[in-house]
Design a protein around this ligand. Structure first.
Ligand SMILES: *Cc1c(COP(=O)(O)O)cnc(C)c1O
Length: 359
């Protein structure tokens, strides 16, 4: 049975989009492919609120995370991590021999602007990374405050993981001054997994020239050169099915649903979930004020068996996520993301209420 996915990716994909995935192939060096990419780029710029060039990578988001930290760190990177996906930046840097410092918090807490200020003021770094929405802890970081302190250090490149929030939460890349903003298709955008997207600033592209070993497949400069020189093409064969689908979904997000409506729907779903949490004797996991609008991480204060709960709701055609890693059974997560409708979330929550009574 197909289960309705309330997990933070992959997400359920609209039937029209699944259909667009099976569009007959075109040559990836053809004029049609160029037009397709130009269209996608133009609309991604709108989605990201940026004038920066857009790069696509036929990989999941981790590919561009690795590519960006590797192609842009000439000196030393500092990773501000608030959970498992923040830690991933650190692993990626270390495994690529990139000098890196790892700043962590107790899970559930955010990256505070003062902390960023303290580290950047040392002058040791040319790159710093922040997770916009930490999926393991259901937390959104205060990027506006971070953007404020970062203004003192315009030359330190700012890399943001917006994998589980872009297109569900308004992230104004240029206003915030983000140099590289990364997302992938299987989260708030509402596509199948397999393509990742980033915007990259001119500053970052200039800085990349100082880095000797940028790799090949994920080298941002290499990707960019093709976009410019062979207008809107890529060094290797991109996932055309994803591009057909992304093109269609962007038209939907921008022109049918509308960006502001989409963000409002995510806020509404997050609020409904938080109310359910309070009414049912649970608590939110992240520190108050930092709860995510796309994925709610909930403390299992009632000590229910999350595995059992998921098994039972699975029989009814629904699935949620257990806690991440060490938080398994201590927390559980409900994703309200992408094209999920408010009514579908309400359905799930009432099923959860009833099922929990039977545990
Ligand atoms: C899912 C996720 C990733 C990893 O993305 P992939 O597309 O699976 O590589 C990174 N960061 C966050 C915050 C995520 O939620």
């Amino acid at each position: 049975m197909n289960k309705k996915l309330f997990i933070p990716g992959p997400v359920d994909v609209r039937p029209e989009i699944l259909q667009a995935m099976s569009t007959p192939m075109i040559g990836h060096r053809s004029k049609d492919a160029t037009i397709l990419q130009q269209n996608i780029s133009k609309n991604i710029q709108k989605l990201f609120y940026t004038k920066n060039p857009i790069l696509l990578s036929s990989s999941s988001g981790t590919g561009l995370m690795e590519g960006s930290i590797r192609s842009l760190t000439a000196q030393r990177a500092v990773v501000f991590s608030v959970g498992a996906f923040g830690d991933r930046w650190h692993t990626l840097a270390q495994s690529n021999n990139i000098p890196v410092d790892h700043v962590t918090v107790e899970w559930g807490n955010p990256t505070m602007a003062e902390t960023v200020d303290k580290y950047l003021s040392t002058g040791k770094y040319d790159v710093f990374t922040v997770t916009h929405n930490e999926t393991s802890t259901g937390l959104m970081n205060p990027v506006k405050e971070i953007a404020e302190v970062r203004k003192k250090y315009p030359d330190v490149l700012w890399l943001v993981d917006a994998v589980s929030s872009m297109a569900g939460v308004k992230i104004e890349v240029d206003k915030l001054g983000i140099d590289v903003c990364i997302t992938s298709t299987q989260k708030a955008i509402g596509l199948p997994p397999g393509l990742s997207i980033c915007s990259v600033s001119e500053n970052a592209l200039e800085h990349a020239k100082l880095v000797k070993n940028r790799g090949t497949y994920f080298d941002l400069l290499e990707l960019y050169k093709y976009v410019v020189k062979k207008p809107f093409q890529y060094p290797s064969t991109p996932s055309l099915p994803h591009m057909f689908a992304l093109n269609k979904q962007l038209e939907y997000i921008l022109n049918e649903e509308g960006q502001d409506n989409r963000y409002a729907r995510h806020i509404e779903m997050a609020k409904i979930t938080r109310n359910w949490v309070a009414e049912n004797g649970f608590e939110m996991f992240p520190k108050a004020g930092f709860e995510s609008n796309t994925v709610s991480a909930i403390k299992n204060t009632r000590g229910i068996s999350v595995a059992e709960l998921n098994k039972k709701i699975g029989e009814l055609g629904y699935v949620i996520s257990n806690g991440y890693g060490n938080l398994k059974e201590k927390t559980f997560r409900i994703a309200h993301i992408a094209d999920r409708r408010v009514s579908e979330l309400e359905e799930l929550l009432s099923i959860l209420t009833e099922t929990i009574k039977t545990l």
